[in-house]
Design a binder for this molecule. Structure first.
Ligand code: NAD
Length: 249
């Protein structure tokens, strides 16, 4: 069985590091043309994308702050006029700002909600315009195990990820008549910069709760994203797929 994304333009937010970087590489290796967005670090983005291009992969980078809906609309329009319609969107960009409720500032709440949930809304609305016209598309949102099994100090993050799971289902309902599938992946603890502090502070304790007794690799998530984006998943929509080594249980 071969997973192919041949001929598809794939937009991955936050696609140059962590889980996003792994998805960029996997999607390009499956034959897709990937546009990976980065927030600010142009030098790193050029490095990563240049490295992938030198392996013969069809990837490009685009600077984008998903919180800024005007910037998102303009960037998506520019990308579509340069490369053609985007067929696959992966809403991966996300941040954490953990803290107990009584110490949580308005900015901690707003930044996390505006990035993780608002950002996905902005990019989805911009990209769906063309998908609806084309009557074809796949949208993959990245949630977290925190939506169903939050830790202490995660009220903002868990709310943003619970929101993206609910939005996934609502969008699947709304867009199915246009042949657009919408799914969500909920990763457990994955070895990226984002989870570094948590792994360092409580790694052994967390490992005890993971049935498979290891943290996930970015590739564990990327493999599912590529599958969901491909035609092999053509009868799957509105799903939240947990990839957490059994942590949720
Ligand atoms: P990461 O910090 O390595 O990557 C996050 C990416 O999001 C970065 O590329 C960053 O530049 C981008 N980003 C942040 N704010 C942005 C903004 N305003 N506009 C555009 N891009 C922005 O983290 P990661 O672990 O690779 O996380 C990727 C996704 O997976 C996130 O949505 C995260 O919540 C989710 N997730 C991660 C884990 C984990 O253990 N690492 C677990 C569950 C879910």
């Amino acid at each position: 069985m071969q997973v192919s994304l041949q001929g598809k333009n794939i937009l991955i937010t936050g696609g140059v590091r962590g889980i996003g970087r792994a998805m960029t590489e996997a999607a390009a290796k499956a034959g897709g043309h990937v546009i990976a967005t980065y927030l600010s670090n142009e030098a790193t983005a050029k490095d990563v994308i240049g490295g992938l291009q030198s392996q013969g992969l069809n990837v490009h980078a685009c600077k984008l702050d998903v919180r800024d809906s005007k910037q998102v609309d303009e960037a998506v329009a520019a990308l579509e006029s340069e490369y053609g319609p985007i067929e696959v969107l992966i809403n991966n960009a996300g941040i954490v700002k953990d803290g107990l409720l009584m110490a949580m500032e308005d900015d901690d709440w707003n930044d996390v909600l505006n990035t993780n949930l608002g950002g996905a809304f902005h990019v989805t609305r911009a990209v769906a315009r063309q998908m609806i016209r084309a009557r074809r598309g796949q949208i993959i949102n990245i949630s977290s195990v925190a939506a169903s099994r939050p830790g202490r100090g995660q009220v903002n993050y868990a709310a943003s990820k619970g929101g993206i799971e609910a939005a996934t289902k609502a969008l699947a309902v709304e867009l199915s008549s246009r042949n657009i599938r919408v799914n969500c992946i909920a990763p457990g603890v994955i070895t990226t910069e984002m989870s570094q502090d948590v792994r360092e502070a409580a790694g052994d304790k967390i490992l005890e709760s993971i049935l498979l007794k290891r943290f996930g690799n970015p590739e564990d998530i990327a493999n599912m994203a590529v599958f969901l984006a491909s035609d092999l998943a053509s009868y799957i929509t509105g799903e939240v797929i947990h990839i957490d080594g059994g942590l949720k249980l």
